[in-house]
Design a protein around this ligand. Sequence first.
Ligand SMILES: [Zn+2]
Length: 584
Amino acid sequence: MSYQALYRVWRPQRFDELVGQQLITTTLKNAIITKQISHAYLFAGPRGTGKTSAAKIFAKAVNCHHQKDGEPCNKCETCRAITAGRLNDVIEIDAASNNSVDEIRDIRDKVKYAPTQADYKVYIIDEVHMLSTGAFNALLKTLEEPPANVIFILATTEPHKIPLTIISRVQRFDFRRISAQDAFERMKYILDQKKVTYEEKALWVIANAAEGGMRDALSILDQVMSFSDNHVKLADALLVTGSVEKQQLTAYFSQAAKGDSGAALQSLADLLAAGKDGHRLIEDLITLIRDLLLYRESPELLKVEQTGLTDEQLSSMVKDTTPEMLYAMIDVLNETEQEMRFTTHPNVYLEVMTVKLSQVDQHPVAQQSAPAADSQEVDQLKQQVDQLQQELNRLENSNTTKQAPVNPATNQVHHHKSNKGRQFNVHQIYPILEKASRDNLNRVVDLWPDMLSMLQPIDQGLVEFTKPVAACADGVVLSFDQAFLLERANDSSLADSISKCFSKLVGGDFAVTFVPTDKWPQIRQDFLVAHGYLKGKQKQSPSQHQPKASQQVAVQEEKKSADNGVVGKAEQLFGSDIVKVEDD
Ligand SMILES: [Zn+2]
């Protein structure tokens, strides 16, 4: 007989065998005992926590004529047919592979026929969040008018992707991660039954590596057992588990802690390529940091063997970090977790997180207290306001200046080139600024959501990190906060794609170019100098002339009515910024 995977052989056939979900199994058993069965259930939770097993046990219990205390007998023909997947009335659908509207319409058409072999027809729709909007709408119609003797069990790892209209029509159960303790106990039980000996530490290592999934725990146990048939050794468990993911994770953390963002980004790519879930990665990093803090403060409280790491690894990571760094890192991780909640492109957020984590030690003052960061920001804004005020003052006095032709020599100076490639190109930016206006920028902002909806999925990840900062009728300047994302945008077809979308929206050609956010104020000023609106250094010092923002706005209004072309130009470019400072 060929070898059968542990998780198949030991798949729970009764609610009692379902590990770590007692609250749910008790509730479901009571529903069967008291015959208070809902027509639709949602089983939500991480993978490998027993959702589909529970669904199949429920399908059996509800149809088994010999059920006892809410448990199926597993012996009658109905139970055995369901276990084997050959009962026509229990229909399993994997939404990941059948996500078309037609599939669900098919259900809608057939659902009205009574069950043929069993009492209840049970539809189990796995990974239900993968359904298309159209399919959800078709499913909703069925849930709104549920036929008699039909039960829907929807299972998902990502309940937040399911429309609220569906959620409101189902009874929801949240399956939690299996605790390491529960996974440990279950493996112990199975090995005892199989008369296989084991080192308990090995089972702990596996239980931790499984990350709350019982199926994963048994798969790893299978691999460890393949090293030696009748004995599970710690060394083998470490070889199978520790060597892969935990090592990748600690490598990633160490690289970020040392400020090596390039290496950390590569490790991140490896982790994601290996199928690591982003949210789980953040949780693991927080756990790792918590372990490091504990190890630093009171190592005796940390059960090192349960971390899956060695003393050497822990002490080396502790050496590379300070508690302040670790707390700042937790902040970055929490922020990213929040931001990622509503995006369909989590990977770019994880990359930004990686760069931020790598920069944590470079600004020790800024992280330690939020007010320090705020006042720093305020200082920066004050400086910008001063700078802009000076420009306005000077413009007021030079009302005869006409638009100067672009000075190629000046342009050359500002044509920056980074080591990895150009960051921005004034030859693309200046033609847009020459015709820029606030109305055009507002129009681009208004059209932005339409543009996003037209963009190909491949471009949607990066575009979440850029925003329009200047626009003319047929072009826009977009800024990126993160240099590495700007570089990637420049290397990609993003500008072309955005350009095509705007062309369709406004008609005619549309230019798109990128700038780094931190260099944008300088680029604008250089533009004014290059076009003769400004002549280098100002006579007035910033401290001598610091009117309040409201006064500045008043000055602007005055200028507007004066209809001075040059001033109008500056106002087009800078006016909104000054008003914005006042708002802040
Ligand atoms: Zn039965």
